[in-house]
Design a protein around this ligand. Structure first.
Ligand SMILES: Nc1ncnc2c1ncn2[C@@H]1O[C@H](COP(=O)(O)OP(=O)(O)OP(=O)(O)O)[C@@H](O)[C@H]1O
Ligand SMILES: [Mg+2]
Length: 384
């Protein structure tokens, strides 16, 4: 289908992020950039197709890891592996350094003797040492991109890896004239990503989550032009209709593709493409919401109440104290409204949370904080 080949580049967005990374411009991401956007909205595509090439162009060393590609693997190991692979690419320079006189920094001495055939760090070595070696070997600023970073929160090892990243950032950014290390962490769940920055015991406490700008009208225009180039003149798509459909399906290119596929089936018969687009988008959106509706329909009043309280907290971007008196009171009120008895105790909330986790509606971090598994569910709850 058209969508497979069509790729819309976002150079201006990449440029503004790059400026933020250097800390020269209006915005300063030099202590870390936390980007969140819903699933399937084009985060990874942007990182790999636009941002990483720009980093290269600017003479920076971009290292990318997606913590979701292999969910069984410990996130700490995945991060190490990506850094070791980058070091391996710079092996010739490392060898040269080994021979050169004058490199006598103890920490670097050690790393020069690492076995680069391995994909994890040697025993007792730190991520900071690895980044430092990479920085010296490449002579460049390093941009570490951790895609789906919220997965690190699932395990202690993952949380440790985040602390190690932070330590590496601090170590490399201290030296006044060294190029330094920049971190970009992205996630498809704002609530989960926020846990890395919201609470005091998390590594990036004090930073904030930036919403990743969704693809917009300019995307719809370019997509429409691409579609129309394959159609006979006289029966063409209007960019306004395409954009309206795109908004309706949550700014997700694949779903827009699905709308277009539906429309394509009826093309010969109905001349009004605008109406067909609107109907197709409504059907696709309806399908999405029907899923939420049926999932919600089978929940107990208590489970519904817990979800609603969580959706509210997420919308107001407040950390949620799940078992506080205030929360218990609110859950009771909603539970009653949903047909329950209003006798909810903290223990029953715990059981309700466990049941919701079982259904993959709620997620629990390694440290016991809770978030909605799918923030789209929260949006739907707030809208109904
Ligand atoms: N700029 C773009 N131009 C054209 N198609 C795009 C663009 N960005 C994303 N897409 C398409 O949208 C789909 C989702 O993209 P991508 O995997 O980058 O999103 P994501 O936000 O990283 O998703 P996930 O939440 O699964 O990680 C893919 O099929 C991709 O080809
Ligand atoms: Mg992705």
């Amino acid at each position: 289908m058209a969508l497979k080949k069509f790729l819309y580049h976002r150079p201006a967005l990449a440029e503004s992020i790059a400026q933020g990374l250097t800390g020269e411009g209006l915005i300063d991401y030099s202590s870390g950039l936390f980007l969140a956007a819903p699933r399937r909205t084009g985060k990874s595509t942007f990182l790999r197709q636009d941002l990483m090439p720009l980093c290269e162009q600017r003479g920076w060393e971009a290292v990318y890891v997606d913590l979701w590609t292999n969910r069984q693997e410990d996130p700490g190991y995945l991060i190490e592996r990506s850094v070791m692979a980058a070091l391996k690419r710079h092996e010739p320079q490392l060898k040269r350094l080994l021979k050169a006189a004058g490199v006598r920094r103890i920490s670097l001495e050690r790393t020069l003797h690492w076995d680069l055939e391995r994909d994890s760090l040697p025993e007792g070595a730190s991520l900071a040492e690895a980044f430092e070696a990479l920085q010296v070997a490449s002579g460049r600023m390093i941009v570490m991109i951790v895609d789906e970073a919220q997965h690190a929160l699932n395990t202690d090892a993952g949380i440790n890896a985040m602390f190690a990243l932070k330590a590496a950032r601090d170590a490399l950014n201290l030296g006044g004239d060294s190029p330094g290390l920049r971190l970009i962490l992205t996630g498809s769940s704002r609530d989960k990503l926020a846990m890395l920055v919201l609470s005091r015991d998390q590594p990036f406490f004090g930073s904030s989550v930036t919403p990743f700008p969704l693809l917009g009208e300019d995307f719809a225009e370019a997509y429409t032009a691409d579609l129309n180039s394959k159609l006979a003149p006289g029966n063409l798509f209007d960019a306004k209709d395409v954009y309206a459909a795109f908004q309706r399906v949550g700014h997700r290119p694949e779903l827009l593709g699905e709308v277009v596929r539906r429309v394509a089936l009826e093309l010969g018969q109905a001349p009004d493409l605008g109406k067909l687009m609107a109907r197709g988008a409504a059907e696709v959106q309806h399908g999405l919401w029907a899923e939420y509706e049926s999932a919600y329909g089978v929940l107990t009043p208590l489970q519904r109440a817990i979800l609603r309280v969580m959706a509210d907290a997420a919308a107001s971007r407040e950390p949620l104290a799940m078992f506080s008196d205030a929360t218990v009171a609110r859950i009771n009120a909603i539970e009653r409204a949903e047909g329950g008895k209003g006798a909810v105790k903290p223990q029953s909330i715990q059981a309700g949370l466990d049941a919701l986790r079982e259904k993959s509606l709620v997620w629990r971090s390694g440290r016991g904080a809770y978030a909605l598994e799918d923030s789209g569910f929260g949006d739907w709850l707030l809208a109904t």
